[in-house]
Design a protein around this ligand. Structure first.
Ligand SMILES: Cc1ncc(C[n+]2csc(CCOP(=O)(O)OP(=O)(O)O)c2C)c(N)n1
Ligand SMILES: [Mg+2]
Length: 362
């Protein structure tokens, strides 16, 4: 896809495919027959939709970054490099019925659940016509079955476990999914949620998304290495890992997890290694370059989930022109969404009296 020197990390600006990594793309699933079957069942339209979803997610973040530079907003929480770990799992769900609770790094989940990008951006701008009616900079939409994050990290796992419990109580064969960061996984409420889900055999998927850092704390400062993939065992849950920068592997791993949940076999704790190719938010991008070793940026930068998947699709026979056409269509749609959201900001900010709407029942 097009690179944006003013906004992309330098590793993406100069990105060139590593032929060995592209050839090895299918290694992520080829040793696991169930996973390989799940990938083989992904039809062409879905493969291209996964590409479009990652491009949309990247461009949404670039739009926010542009707005920060222009002073439209003061700050944005972005997820460059983590698109595959968000987009793959969402597409593996039944998006007309299942429920997701994205964390800030998974904002792309909103768009992939069908929320208009203009509404995602309106959420950021705090306009009155945003789904949250301008109340919160966190973004979600009940209508699209996306629960917006609450600020205290670790509190979404209990919420999503509760959603899954409601499915069981109503006899609905639906699945709930949330992502848990490498920092968030250490919190008390997350432990309570994993345990409750395990004991009650709830139809919920937890994805431990290890992007190697929590705000300014490197993962090795807060965690003994090598155990996220085994955490599910401590809770007596099923679990497996996927390649966090490989959208097809993420899709297939979640597909298998969702089937298990729907069959009433209880929760699945997935884990994925990936990397935050920027700051915690736009304010600390330079600091992140000091906190995290340059080799990490180089290693993960070469594994750009969008670039790698694009090359894999070409290797599988998709014409470059078809991918370019998808990118052009998504780019035009995100640009339009930006204009629509800015128009709302000019015309539709919340009236002061609306601050008390919905605060007290009745
Ligand atoms: C309970 C609580 N403690 C601290 C914070 C401040 N905070 C916001 S995000 C974050 C880091 C979360 O790290 P991780 O779970 O790894 O997710 P990531 O940001 O890497 O996606 C922290 C410490 C918070 N929001 N809530
Ligand atoms: Mg993290």
């Amino acid at each position: 896809m097009k690179r944006f020197p003013a906004f992309d990390p330098p590793e993406y600006v100069s990105w060139q495919p590593d032929a060995a990594l592209v050839r090895a793309f299918a290694d992520a699933w080829s040793g696991d027959s169930a996973r390989a079957r799940a990938v083989a069942q992904v039809d062409r339209a879905t493969r291209l939709a996964l590409y479009a979803g990652m491009v949309r997610t990247r461009l949404h973040d670039i739009m926010l970054k542009r707005w920060v530079r222009q002073g439209v907003i003061s700050k944005a929480w972005l997820g460059p490099g983590e698109e595959a770990a968000t987009v793959g799992p969402v597409h593996a769900l039944d998006r007309a019925h299942d429920v997701v609770a994205p964390m800030i790094r998974n904002a792309g989940a909103c768009g992939e659940m069908g929320m208009p990008v203009a509404d995602m951006l309106r959420g950021y701008l705090g306009t009155y016509d945003a789904p949250s009616r301008g109340r919160d900079g966190h973004v979600g939409s009940f209508r699209h079955r996306v629960i917006q994050p609450v600020s205290p990290v670790g509190n979404m796992p209990p919420v999503i476990a509760g959603v899954a419990l409601s499915f069981v109580l109503r006899g609905e064969r639906r699945v709930a999914l949330t992502w848990i960061g490498d920092g968030t996984v250490k919190t008390g409420p997350t432990h309570e949620a994993l345990n409750l889900a395990a004991v009650q055999r709830l139809p919920v998927i937890f994805i431990i998304q290890n992007n190697q850092v929590a705000l300014g704390t490197r993962v090795e400062q807060a965690h003994l290495p090598g155990t996220f993939a085994e955490l599910h065992e401590a809770y007596g849950c099923a679990g497996w890992s996927f390649d966090g920068n490989n959208v097809l592997d993420a899709y297939a791993a979640t597909r298998l997890a969702a089937a298990r949940c729907r069959a009433g076999e209880g929760p699945v704790i997935l884990s994925a290694e990936t990397f935050r190719m920027g700051g915690h938010a736009t304010h600390d991008e330079q600091e992140a370059r000091k906190v995290l070793p340059a080799e990490l940026f180089a290693y993960w930068g070469q594994r750009d989930p969008v670039g790698l998947y694009e090359e894999y699709l070409k290797q599988e026979g998709v014409a470059a022109a078809e991918l370019e056409a998808i990118e052009a269509e998504v780019t035009a749609a995100v640009d339009r969404a930006g204009e629509e959201a800015l128009a709302s900001r000019d015309a539709n900010m919340p009236p002061p009296a609306s601050a008390v709407e919905g605060v007290y029942a009745g």
